[in-house]
Design a binder for this molecule. Structure first.
Ligand SMILES: [Zn+2]
Length: 308
C-alpha cells in the first residue's frame, strides 16, 4: 500500500505484488493534522477498503509513505517544509506502530521518480532526473535505478537551490530559491487579484489554451526560470533523461517548448553538439496527478523485496 501525506488531503493506493493498482482513494483532512492522526485515518480506511475487496488486513504486506519534505533513510522527516510541526518526526515508527506492518517513508518527489520508473515515462531508464513543477518545486536524481536520497534525505531538492542571493525569502529559510523564483503560488495570487476571482493551478493551462495572455505569460515566465534551474542540474549531471512532472505540466508544450529552449541556451552539453543518442531528452511525466502515491506503493514493493 502507498500513502501520500499532502497538506490538506491523504491519498492512498493499494497494489498487489504484480504491481497492479487495485484501489485508489483520497480523503480530505484538516490542515496541520498530526502524523499520529494520519496513521489512524489510514488504518481505518485500509480496514474498510480491505473488507470491501473481500480481503483480510493480514494480507497487507507493507506500507510506503510519501511526505512533503526531506526524509532520512531511516524514515525521519528532516525539515518540515510542507508540514511545519513534523521536523524530527519518524514516520516509519509512527505508522509502523499503528499499522503493525513494515513501513518505508520518503520525500514525495523521490516517490514520484519511483512511480515514473515503475509505471511511467522512465520505464527502461537507469539514470534520469525529475523536476516537479507544482505549487512548490521538487526534484529527484536517479542513478543505476535508485533514487539518490543523500546522507540526510536532502538529495535532489532542486526547488531549494538558491539561484538569486538577494531574492525573496523562501519557506526553507533561504533566499531566492528556484521555487521562489518560479513562484507558482505568488503568480496565482497575482492573477486572482487581477481577474477578481480565485485562479487555481488547474485553471492556468485551460486559460492559456484559450488564449488568455496573462496565463500564457505566467507559463512562459515559469518555463524561463525552470529552464535556467534545470540547466544548472544538466551541467552538473548531464542526464540522458529529464522528466518534468507536477500539475503545471498540464500546460503541455506551452511549458515544455520554452523550457527546453532555455535549458539548451544555458546548459553545457547542447543537443546540437552531440549525436542523437547522447542528447538529453526532456519530456513530461506520465503520472502528473497521482505519481507520489503510486511511488509510495513502489517504495513499499521495493522495500519489502529488499527485506532479509
Ligand atoms: Zn527554499
Amino acid at each position: 500500500m502507498g500513502v501520500h501525506l499532502n497538506q490538506q488531503d491523504i491519498r492512498l493506493a493499494i497494489a498487489d505484488v504484480s504491481h497492479s493498482v487495485i484501489l485508489e482513494k483520497s480523503i480530505e483532512v484538516e490542515p496541520g493534522y498530526s502524523p499520529q492522526c494520519a496513521a489512524a485515518v489510514v488504518r481505518d480506511i485500509v480496514t474498510v477498503a480491505y473488507g470491501v475487496c473481500g480481503l483480510d488486513i493480514s494480507a497487507l504486506l507493507g506500507v510506503g509513505v510519501s511526505v512533503c519534505g526531506p526524509v532520512s533513510p531511516g524514515g525521519m522527516v528532516q525539515r518540515a517544509n510542507g508540514m511545519p510541526t513534523w521536523a524530527g518526526v519518524n514516520i516509519s515508527q509512527i505508522f509502523g506502530a499503528v499499522l503493525e506492518k513494515p513501513v518505508f517513508a520518503d520525500n514525495e518527489s523521490n516517490c514520484s521518480a519511483l512511480a515514473e520508473i515503475m509505471w511511467g515515462a522512465a520505464a527502461g531508464y537507469e539514470d534520469f532526473v525529475l523536476l516537479k513543477l507544482d505549487l512548490g518545486v521538487g526534484g529527484a536524481i536517479v542513478r543505476n535505478g535508485k533514487v539518490i536520497t543523500g546522507v540526510a534525505g536532502g538529495g535532489g531538492e532542486f526547488g531549494h537551490m538558491s539561484i538569486e542571493p538577494n531574492g525573496g525569502l523562501c519557506r526553507c529559510g533561504n533566499r531566492g530559491c528556484l521555487e521562489v523564483q518560479i513562484g507558482v503560488d505568488r503568480s496565482l495570487q497575482e492573477m486572482s487579484r487581477l481577474y477578481g476571482r480565485i485562479i487555481t493551478i488547474y485553471d492556468v493551462s485551460a486559460m492559456a489554451s484559450q488564449g488568455d495572455v496573462g496565463a500564457r505569460r505566467m507559463i512562459e515566465d515559469m518555463a524561463e526560470q525552470a529552464g535556467r534551474g534545470l540547466a544548472l542540474i544538466g551541467t552538473i549531471i548531464n542526464p540522458p533523461l529529464v522528466i518534468v512532472s507536477g500539475r503545471m505540466t498540464r500546460a503541455g508544450d506551452m511549458l515544455l517548448k520554452p523550457l527546453v529552449a532555455v535549458y539548451e541556451k544555458h546548459t553545457l552539453m547542447k543537443a546540437r553538439d552531440v549525436p542523437s543518442p547522447m542528447r538529453t531528452r526532456v519530456m513530461i511525466g506520465k503520472l502528473a496527478e497521482n505519481d507520489a502515491v503510486l511511488g509510495a506503493v513502489g517504495l513499499a514493493l521495493r522495500g519489502l523485496a529488499a527485506l532479509p
